[in-house]
Ligand binder design. Structure first.
Ligand code: NAP
Ligand code: MG
Length: 403
């Protein structure tokens, strides 16, 4: 069989620790034997980020803008302990933060569902994708402690120097606290467009919720921007695709989500997304089955696993001990990127290969062959734990039959 050709390069961002080991195994075992991989390679491993003063991260994001699709391995976000471990020149910023800032994107996280692993909420038979607005609100706030006898005001000075003031609170008889939040029409609009585009892409309904009844200016602005952009740019396209945009109050959304069967995208404000994505991920099972894609408002896609570099397994691997690390989310980052590349380049054989590789992966787990994290969750009677590499070889066996 001749290898599948790729027209446009895929931006490949390598990473750290156990996921870096898995990255190479996936390429060696499941990709390179079948595809003439055409990638533009960027090594985002911490050693190389440090050598290039993090320029490689910026370069990889710019390449993603140029080519439109990237696949990223999990990377270490340095902390004080990593400074010594890797002898770093600086505590480099989170690569995901840097890339997101350049692409101005929204992150969509979705679980991979397999038979035999029931979510903690058993009615969830289809994935729930969470889109988190990743700018502003409490994550870029200004906070103060206020002493008794103070008056706190909100002051806005416009470009002509005119001031508008509103009293927040008179702290007449007690100490207290205040917090200043902001967001921008620009960022909210980008978020809305990313969500609408993604919903059209995967043909799923989009839900959005805020607390606009209480926050009549702040949250209401989110609601209005979403509605205005939907009406002006997306209503027809949604109709054509047979999907819906649905707005409700955040408390109502939470209640409906719990009762739902899944199968939609839930757009969340920054804080709601932070909290709800962990809730949804936990209820669906293992982090090793959670995918993540960053989508920019102009349609650039960066695929990755939602989990980190699985440090604990890596240290075992370094000691020569056997590991059983779940490679599914990383593998689905590759298939997601290859499928998208195939769609954009009009090379259906590439997208078709991605579909088959996903199918083989799901089949492997449904046949009872799985990594340790899933063994703990699966209800299959014949389940069998395999090591990191064996799992990929088992997928390969099934893939060969589908090709
Ligand atoms: P983590 O790498 O996601 O791992 C946390 C734990 O979750 C693991 O120890 C493991 O549990 C389980 N787990 C996660 N992924 C798994 C998989 N594929 N297969 C099996 N088990 C899996 O998070 P972390 O330990 O907090 O962070 C490690 C490093 O990753 C940090 O340096 C952090 O900065 C980085 N990170 C990167 C990204 C990213 O690049 N997107 C995201 C998050 C964190 P057990 O040990 O119990 O088996
Ligand atoms: Mg969180």
């Amino acid at each position: 069989m001749s290898k599948i050709k790729m027209v446009t390069p895929l931006v490949e961002m390598d990473g750290d620790e156990m996921t870096r080991i898995i990255w190479k195994m996936i390429k060696d075992i499941l990709l390179e034997p079948y595809i003439d991989l055409n990638t533009e390679y960027y090594d985002l491993g911490l050693v190389h980020r440090n050598e290039t003063n993090d320029q490689v991260t910026i370069d990889s994001a710019n390449a993603t803008k140029k080519y439109g699709v990237a696949v990223k391995c999990a990377t270490i976000t340095p902390n004080a302990q990593r400074m010594t471990e890797y002898n770093l020149k600086e505590m480099w910023k989170s690569p995901n933060g840097t890339i997101r800032a350049i692409l101005d994107g929204t992150v969509f996280r979705a679980p991979i569902i397999v038979k035999g692993i029931t979510p903690l909420i058993p009615t969830w038979t289809k994935p729930i994708t969470i889109a988190r607005h990743a700018y502003g609100d409490v994550y870029k706030n200004t906070e103060m402690r206020v002493s008794k006898g103070s008056k706190a005001e909100l002051v806005v000075t416009d470009e002509n120097g005119n001031e508008t003031r509103e009293t927040i609170h008179n702290f007449a008889d007690t100490d207290g606290i205040i917090q200043g939040l902001h967001n921008t029409d620009k960022s909210i609009s980008s978020f809305a467009r990313s969500c609408f585009n993604f919903a059209l892409d995967v043909k799923q309904d989009l839900w959005f919720a805020t607390k606009d009844t209480i926050s009549k200016k702040y949250d209401h602005r989110f609601k209005d921007i979403f509605q205005e952009i939907f009406d002006a740019e997306y209503a027809d396209k949604f109709k054509e695709a047979g999907i819906e945009y649905f707005y409700t109050l955040i408390d109502d959304a939470v209640a409906r989500v719990v009762r739902s069967e899944g199968g939609y995208i839930w757009a969340c404000k920054n804080y709601d997304g932070d909290v709800m994505s962990d809730m949804v991920a936990t209820a669906f099972g293992s982090l090793g089955m959670m995918t993540s894609v960053l989508v920019s408002p102009d349609g650039v896609y960066e695929y990755e696993a939602a989990h980190g570099t699985v440090t604990r397994h890596y240290y075992k691997h370094l000691k020569g001990e056997e590991t059983s690390t779940n490679s599914v989310a990383t593998l689905f980052a590759w298939t997601g990127a290859l499928r998208k590349r195939g769609q954009l380049d009009n090379t259906p054989e590439l997208s078709d290969f991605a579909d088959k590789l996903e199918k083989a992966t799901i089949q492997t787990i449904e046949d009872g062959v799985m990594t340790g994290d899933l063994v703990a969750l699966s209800k299959l009677p014949n389940k069998r734990k395999v090591n990191t590499e064996q799992f990929l070889l088992e997928i390969k066996e099934r893939l060969e039959k589908l090709l």
